[in-house]
Design a protein around this ligand. Structure first.
Ligand code: ZN
Length: 425
């Protein structure tokens, strides 16, 4: 069954959005939806979707054997202790931890590194690690026997015998929660009066950079990678606010990493209140325009910066007929003064500019935009034409060239990859 109402505002005005080709197989088949009322975008995945549940069972860690798990664990824990320390310091600033008995639950904690940090510093607390991956749990039981490990999805927290939890932490990953509104009801039920939640969001749709601040290179990565709800701090807050008071919604630096991420500190309300948010058309327009224009904007910035640094103002563009029009339009939006399109000749005669035209025009560089063939073209340009004094430029990394570059959506062609020029020679 498909989702018919928005998982944030309950509106029925859902429309189909672009999909990502970088996703686990079960998500490739599932549509991306966007709410025209509140602007939240999410995958059409129900909590009890069988394919989704099965795919979680065979996810990330199951590809590792014992030795590889050991290696990965030993490598990551070197810095994860610092992460744990930073999160712990944040919590200590917000609430008192000097009670003898508190029940603490860390969600999505892999082997339980954060839960263990709490247990070591507060041995009298009951500390739980909730994690859906059986291999991570198996390993965690050996490494951290002092904490209680529960192998379950957050969506099934009500099936875990957990109750009266005082503190719940979730350092990322909430964007992987199917129908989060239903899950928040369950969190409400398993927590004690005035319970505190600490949720961070290491990945947000409107700041699609990795932990070291390098930007993602495609729209597919932003709406793919197994993400189910495309959250930022605004939507994270909106999802929780009827059941939890938002004490703080702050952007922190995710030390020891470079990236800044939202963190929410919330306290359970005594009574559920009605959602008060009135959404505007601009909420929808923000999300859709951000996602649809991300690659185009980034590409124009990258090209402008690159051409300025390399003193390039007149260029030739080697095009592929499939999207030469779109490429032409994009380059017109850059600061490049003059660009001339060249293309491979056909067997049947046409008057198009052929490659020999490059000798007649005075250009600083040739940009290759026939992506599937780009390496063959670089090779031929270098070995057979001996074009000197003209820089040969690639726009796309090889990992993107066999993917969809443009996708037709609502009558326009949406650029799905970020062009990032590099000198080939
Ligand atoms: Zn909505």
């Amino acid at each position: 069954m498909n989702i018919r109402n928005c998982i944030n505002c309950n509106s029925k005005s859902l429309s189909i959005f672009l999909n990502s080709e970088i996703n686990p197989i079960y998500l490739l088949r599932k549509k991306t939806l966007i709410c025209q009322n509140c602007g939240l975008a999410f995958k059409d995945i129900r909590v009890n979707d069988k394919g989704y549940i099965n795919s979680i069972k065979s996810n990330y860690y199951s590809n590792f054997n014992k030795k590889e798990l050991d290696k990965r664990f030993n490598a990551r824990i070197i810095f994860d202790k610092t992460r744990a320390k930073k999160y712990y310091e944040y919590i200590k600033k917000k609430i008192l931890l000097n009670k003898k008995k508190l029940k603490v639950l860390d969600i999505g904690g892999a082997e339980g590194w954060f839960a263990n940090y709490i247990k070591i510093n507060h041995p009298t607390f009951d500390v739980y690690n909730l994690e859906p991956d059986i291999n991570a749990i198996k390993y965690g039981k050996i490494k951290y026997p002092e904490i209680k490990h529960i192998c379950k999805r957050l969506e099934d927290i009500d099936k875990s015998n957990l109750k009266d939890i005082d503190i719940i932490t979730y350092w990322g990953g909430f964007y992987r929660t199917a129908e989060p509104n239903k899950t928040i009801n369950k969190i409400f039920k398993v927590t004690s009066k005035n319970a505190n939640l600490f949720f961070s969001l290491p990945y947000t749709f409107d700041n699609p950079t990795r932990q070291d601040n390098t930007p993602y290179g495609s729209l597919d990565e932003i709406i793919g990678n197994g993400n189910i709800v495309f959250l930022n701090s605004f939507y994270l807050e909106k999802l929780f606010e009827s059941k939890f008071t938002i004490n703080e919604n702050k952007i922190i630096q995710n030390l020891p990493f470079k990236k800044k991420i939202p963190i929410l500190h919330m306290t359970k309300r005594n009574n559920v209140i009605k959602k008060t948010s009135k959404y505007r058309r601009s909420n929808y327009e923000y999300t859709s325009s951000f996602l649809l224009n991300y690659c185009k904007k980034q590409s124009i910035n990258n090209i402008n910066k690159f051409c300025k640094n390399n003193k390039i103002s007149k260029i030739a563009i080697w095009t592929n007929p499939e999207y030469s029009k779109n490429i032409e339009i994009l380059f017109k939006k850059t600061n490049i003064k003059k660009s001339i399109l060249l293309a491979e000749d056909n067997w049947s005669y046409t008057k198009n500019h052929s490659i020999d035209y490059i000798y007649k025009i005075n250009v600083d560089a040739i940009f290759v935009t026939d992506f599937t063939n780009q390496n063959l073209i670089f090779d031929q340009l270098i070995k057979r034409l001996h074009i000197i004094n003209i820089k040969i430029i690639r726009l796309l990394d090889d990992r993107y060239i066999n993917q969809e570059i443009y996708e037709k959506f609502q009558g326009s062609f949406i650029l799905k990859k970020v062009f990032n020029p590099k000198i080939v020679r």
